[in-house]
Ligand binder design. Structure first.
Ligand SMILES: C[S@@+](CC[C@H](N)C(=O)[O-])C[C@H]1O[C@@H](n2cnc3c(N)ncnc32)[C@H](O)[C@@H]1O
Length: 294
């Protein structure tokens, strides 16, 4: 185990060492933990099973924090150094606040780093719908990329408040950025009224109680996206379930995204590969078919 982790860390060392980054993705390689670097002093090790945590002491970071995901509620403690409730981290040079306060997710997903770069490059002048926005990190990237209007939708008020704070941290003017506390499963009226959108980001959880289950809700919700898009609009669809294959997602999208075509896949970066690039978190771009009047 030590050797695999050491190699992975060495391969990340060339990159900006202050940045928030996944260093080791263990789940897909049969080692039941992930390692994320919060900054150059602090790493977070998320364990999905009971393991000998002392074996991580060889890691050369002043602060090593352990989160046990297999306990309920999640335990969080230091193996070495100090633990704070929250940290301001840098991702692609942009600031975000992450929280080590006992919640399962800390407020930022490292596996989406390449998608976020794409959003910053592609959002200039666009009206964006960010569905399942959580702490609105996608919105921060779109705003910095020059989006003209952004609607963040999430049913969790506390996540949206954290989202506002992430924008403020980056001195973003909130004038055309909206934060809607709304359960997408209950009604589509709000989304229809606020549309149409040039860009939709659809990044639901794989399963979250009655609020969302990929197996029963994903395809159904996808089928509603085309009517929310402008004539040349694009949808970015994400799926983070190891139980649903890349091919299955392709079939669902082809059957549901009426009058739209597959444009391309977005990578998650080798540090997040599961059983290969396609079977990790899946991210696809679909675009509206453009009609030419002959
Ligand atoms: C995996 S997170 C989304 C991650 C986010 N796109 C990001 O990259 O930071 C899932 C989010 O979906 C929200 N959610 C789940 N079901 C929902 C529903 N039916 N309506 C609105 N939000 C929902 C949760 O509150 C949570 O914040």
């Amino acid at each position: 185990m030590k050797e695999i982790i050491r190699k992975q860390i060495l391969s990340c060392l060339g990159e900006n060492q202050k940045e928030f980054r996944r260093i080791f993705f263990g789940r897909g390689r049969n080692l039941p933990f992930n390692i994320d670097r919060l900054d150059f002093r602090t790493i977070l090790i998320t364990c999905f099973e009971e393991i000998d945590i002392n074996s991580f002491l060889f890691l050369d970071f002043p602060n090593i924090i352990i989160q046990n995901r297999y306990t309920k509620p999640c335990e969080i403690f230091t193996l070495k150094g100090e633990l704070k409730d929250s940290y301001i981290v840098q991702e692609n040079g942009i600031s975000f606040k992450v929280y080590l306060d006992g919640n399962q997710n800390i407020g930022l997903f490292p596996e989406m780093r390449l998608l976020k770069n794409f959003l910053k490059e592609e959002s200039k002048g666009k009206k964006v719908l960010n569905m399942f926005s959580y702490t609105c990190s996608f919105s921060v990237y779109c705003a910095l990329g020059g989006a003209r209007e952004i609607h963040n939708i999430d049913m969790m008020k506390s996540a949206l408040e954290r989202g506002r704070e992430n924008h403020r941290l980056n001195l973003i003017d909130l004038k055309n950025i909206y934060f809607h506390k709304h359960n997408i499963k209950k009604s589509w009226g709000l989304l229809k009224r606020k549309g149409p959108f040039d860009l939709i980001i659809f990044d639901p959880p794989s399963a979250q109680g009655k609020s969302f289950t990929a197996q029963s809700d994903y395809q159904n919700m996808l089928s509603r996206l085309p009517q929310l898009l402008t004539r040349e609009g694009r949808a970015i669809i994400c799926l983070n379930s190891p139980h649903i294959s890349y091919n299955q997602l392709q079939v669902w999208a082809s059957n549901s995204l009426y009058d739209m075509s597959f444009e391309r896949r977005i990578d998650v970066g080798p540090e997040c590969y599961d059983y290969g690039p396609c079977e990790s978190v899946k991210i696809q771009i679909w675009k509206k078919n453009v009609r030419t009047n002959l």
